[in-house]
Design a protein around this ligand. Structure first.
Ligand code: NAD
Length: 451
């Protein structure tokens, strides 16, 4: 692949992005409800912890972790725990607010939360990861719980991590059914069938239903589409498999070390085997290597960022060639990039809709745990499918009414319209956020502000 010059990368904080996006939604909501803007911009509770861990070589290292609850208006906090060197309070807070809007949009009885520990899981042993998880959870103490705040997996945490979360909490609260304290557990430990695949499955359900509406020119089904996926972890690898099952050609995949391309379609079984043996996809026979930046700019119908945030920014949005971007990752597109993509008629299925399958099946897991029950996989997938389609319909309907509203405003403003127009488009993200924000505002009004 050809190297290309990159414009300087956009510098913007995660909370700044969250607040710009919130303002975009508030611009379309009744002024009565705008009174809540100040509350919604701030997390409800922030916990910051520092703790020592004895490393395998006998030395002692100090780790920092955060757990943020953005809102408890709709129910207990819900959100992942990530282990990554780039974890910081700004990002965790922004991700917690995203969870608030996601749960509100889908109609789940949870508030938004997120957590993270600053560490590099790639250089830590299983023993070290177990000690970090247990110590972090014990530091959080009674600030998590089945009716308080319920963690789940995220970047570089998995079923094993959730088992340790459960075990630590259970040791601290023996005598109770504690399974509902955490979701994304192994099935034997009360995890839900289908949870591991749920985020990617929801992504496919949303994509399939959205493109069937005929809004994306020349793309009405997944079958035959060329798909590029950034990230080959829990979400990206399963998305590749599911989109391929639906008849797409997966032309590019990547992990933290780089990307691979085969225009004829990548052999996914070979890719998984290669990654298991070599720790990376890069070098897979019958593929060309690309950088993660170049992967985003490949000629394809559907681009799925499934790794980190802020991957599509002002510096590269002009170069995106996909017709539809499906945000499997949280926050992969900045507001400046949103504007450029909208101007270029590139559709974006926003994270709070596109990756909501994960928290939805986490909700099913929570229900099963409270009831000491285990649902059938077909039943879970059918419920998920129905809810993802319904939520997609709601977002598209709202988008259409925002379009009408914008046209009416522009007509009223006449020639001054261009000067007074919002710098951000009334896109699917704005539509999805308005539904979530409105729902939260209504429930806040019903509950009343304490005291
Ligand atoms: P994961 O840890 O299983 O996988 C992450 C993948 O990203 C890995 O393949 C890794 O190699 C890759 N990666 C890391 N750094 C990269 C870089 N600089 N460039 C390209 N790729 C890089 O994580 P996951 O659970 O698959 O989560 C991926 C994204 O999806 C995150 O944004 C997460 O917040 C979001 N998400 C996850 C879930 C879930 O259920 N796991 C639910 C909703 C949203």
């Amino acid at each position: 692949m050809e190297d290309h010059e990159l414009a300087p990368k956009e510098v913007i904080g995660a909370c700044d992005i969250a607040n710009i996006n919130l303002q975009r939604a508030l611009a379309y909501i009744d002024s009565d409800q705008n009174g809540l803007a100040k509350v919604l911009q701030e997390p409800k509770r922030v916990i910051s912890v520092t703790f020592p861990i004895e490393m395998d070589d006998g030395s002692v290292d100090v780790f920092h972790g955060y757990r943020v609850v953005h809102s408890r208006t709709l129910g207990p906090g819900k959100g992942g725990i990530r282990f990554h060197p780039a974890v910081d309070l700004d990002e965790v807070s922004a991700l917690a607010s995203l969870m608030t809007w996601k749960c509100a949009l889908i109609g789940l009885p949870f508030g938004g939360a997120k957590g993270g520990v600053i560490c590099n899981p790639k250089v830590l042993s299983q023993g070290e990861l177990r000690r970090i998880t247990r110590r972090f959870i014990s530091e959080l103490g009674d600030n998590i719980g089945p009716y308080i705040d319920i963690p789940s997996p995220d970047l570089y945490t998995d079923e094993q991590t959730m088992s340790w979360v459960y075990d630590t909490y259970d040791v601290m609260h023996h005598g109770n059914n504690n399974r509902a304290v955490v979701t994304g557990k192994p099935v034997l430990l009360g995890g839900s069938e289908g949870r591991r695949e749920a985020t990617a499955r929801g992504c496919r359900d949303v994509t399939e239903h959205f493109i069937s509406k005929g809004l994306v020119p020349d793309l009405s089904e997944i079958k035959g589409a060329r798909v590029a996926i950034q990230g080959f972890g829990n979400v990206g690898a399963v998305a590749a498999k599911l989109f391929c099952e639906s008849g797409a050609t997966i032309i590019a995949l990547s992990d933290s070390q780089g990307g691979i391309v085969n225009e004829e379609g990548i052999d996914l079984a070979a890719a998984s085997d290669y990654k298991n043996i070599h720790g990376t996809l890069v070098g897979l026979p019958e593929t060309l290597s690309v950088t993660n930046d170049a992967l985003l700019e490949l000629d394809c119908e559907i681009l799925i960022p499934a790794a980190l945030s802020k991957q599509i920014c002002a510096h590269n949005a002009e170069n995106i060639k996909a017709r539809l971007i499906v945000e499997a990752a949280n926050g992969p597109i900045t507001p400046a990039a949103d504007r450029i993509l909208a101007e270029r008629n590139i559709w974006v299925l926003p994270d709070i809709l596109a990756n909501a399958g994960g928290v939805t099946v986490s909700y099913y897991e929570w229900l099963q745990n409270l009831d000491n029950n285990q649902w059938e996989l077909d039943d879970i997938n059918a419920r998920l499918h129905k809810l993802m389609r319904k939520s997609t319909d709601a977002v598209v309907d709202r988008w259409q009414s925002l379009q009408r509203l914008t046209e009416e405003r522009d007509t009223e403003l006449g020639d001054d319209g261009a000067d007074n127009a919002s710098p951000y488009p009334a896109d699917l993200r704005t539509a999805a956020l308005t539904i979530g924000v409105e729902r939260l505002a209504q429930v806040t009004a019903q509950r009343g502000i304490w005291p």
